[in-house]
Design a protein around this ligand. Structure first.
Ligand code: RIB
Ligand code: CA
Length: 324
């Protein structure tokens, strides 16, 4: 493993786009561990799917199961997008390598304390990370940063709330507040947010699915089948012409760490709404040009070189193909 690779702890809820994020992280970073969270599907399913992906790409990293329900909100899933299994659409082998642990929060705390400079990359609800920050207030200052998929200036589960934040607003608020200069003892960050404003610019179009299918090996075929399913469920819920393919959200949180040159960004103050009847789970991004605005706590990604990013996805698939 080249010494200059970023060390990532991936916190995920596989999930089709989570599965791609695991492949991209394995190809371009040093994955120190995967922790699963309830989100796209219940914890038992997201954990099962993470174990499947680990074996499928031959990744040498521990998998720990995390929290099975949000801090306060009721458990809510996204079977209408990812299927009841959380990873519908392809023939997937049963996992062989056993789960490494069932206290994912403890694994996060222990890992970040024993090996400073790890990137936390949460790409599901922030329940595990928020719980870890609450139990270990020293953690935000010990990690290299947080690069999360979530939020945005618009929503997908409501007009204003994106799923990962909406599913556990209280946990998300802990994470964003931990890097807010207005919070006493807050950490410097960086907190990077790959929200819907950038992820909707990264779509799995039919030519990209065909390019995936053309990569030799079983992994590519499996991924292309997953893309077909993901695209169908995604586009079926949108106006005709709204998108050319499903938004491939989660890999961008990984690429923001491994390939930051692909992105445009602005630094903004962002807080999470936890109480609004119509706005709970909203990331409130302060875009005012007023000098009185709050100091930024978040690097909000705004653009991505989508062709270059998808070329890296294809490269990652090729690198992770075990020839199976
Ligand atoms: O809103 C998109 C996010 O919700 C992605 O992380 C997807 O995997 C789901 O978890
Ligand atoms: Ca996810």
């Amino acid at each position: 493993m080249p010494a200059d690779r970023a060390r990532l702890l991936l916190d995920c809820d596989p999930g089709h786009d989570d599965a791609v994020a695991i492949i991209v992280a394995a190809a371009f970073a040093d994955v120190v561990g995967i922790v699963t969270v309830a989100g796209n599907a219940p914890l038992d399913r997201t954990t099962h799917n993470a174990l499947v992906m680990r074996d499928l790409i031959g990744l040498d990293a521990p998998v720990h199961a995390g929290c099975e329900r949000p801090l306060v909100a009721p458990p809510r899933h996204a079977g209408f997008v990812h299927g009841e299994s959380g990873l519908d659409g392809a023939e997937l082998p049963e996992p062989i390598t056993p789960l490494d642990g069932t206290d994912g929060v403890e694994f996060i705390i222990d890992t970040c304390r024993s090996s400073e400079g790890v990137w936390l990359v949460p790409i599901g609800p922030l329940t595990n990370i928020g719980t870890a920050f609450r139990l270990a207030p020293d953690l935000p200052g010990r990690v290299a940063g947080v690069s999360l998929m979530g939020g945005g200036s618009f929503g997908n589960r409501s007009a204003v709330a994106e799923f990962n934040i909406w599913a556990d607003p209280e946990a998300a608020a802990v994470v964003f507040d931990a890097y807010d200069p207005a919070t006493p003892g807050s950490a410097a960050g960086p907190l990077i947010m790959a929200g819907l404003d950038v992820t909707h610019r990264f779509q799995v179009t039919p030519p990209r699915i065909a390019a995936t299918r053309a990569v030799p090996g079983r992994l590519a075929t499996t991924l292309a089948d997953l893309f077909d399913f993901f695209t169908d469920t995604y586009l079926s819920r949108h106006d005709d012409g709204a998108l050319d393919g499903a938004a491939l959200h989660d890999p961008l949180a990984v690429l923001a760490v491994t390939h930051p040159e692909l992105f445009g960004h602005v630094d903004r103050h962002v807080v999470v709404e936890t109480r609004g009847e119509h706005t709970a789970g909203m990331t409130v991004i302060d875009e005012r040009r007023l000098l009185e605005r709050s100091d930024p706590n978040c690097r909000v990604l705004t653009t991505v070189d989508a062709d270059a990013a998808f070329a890296l996805v294809l490269d990652a698939v090729a690198r992770c193909s075990t020839g199976g």
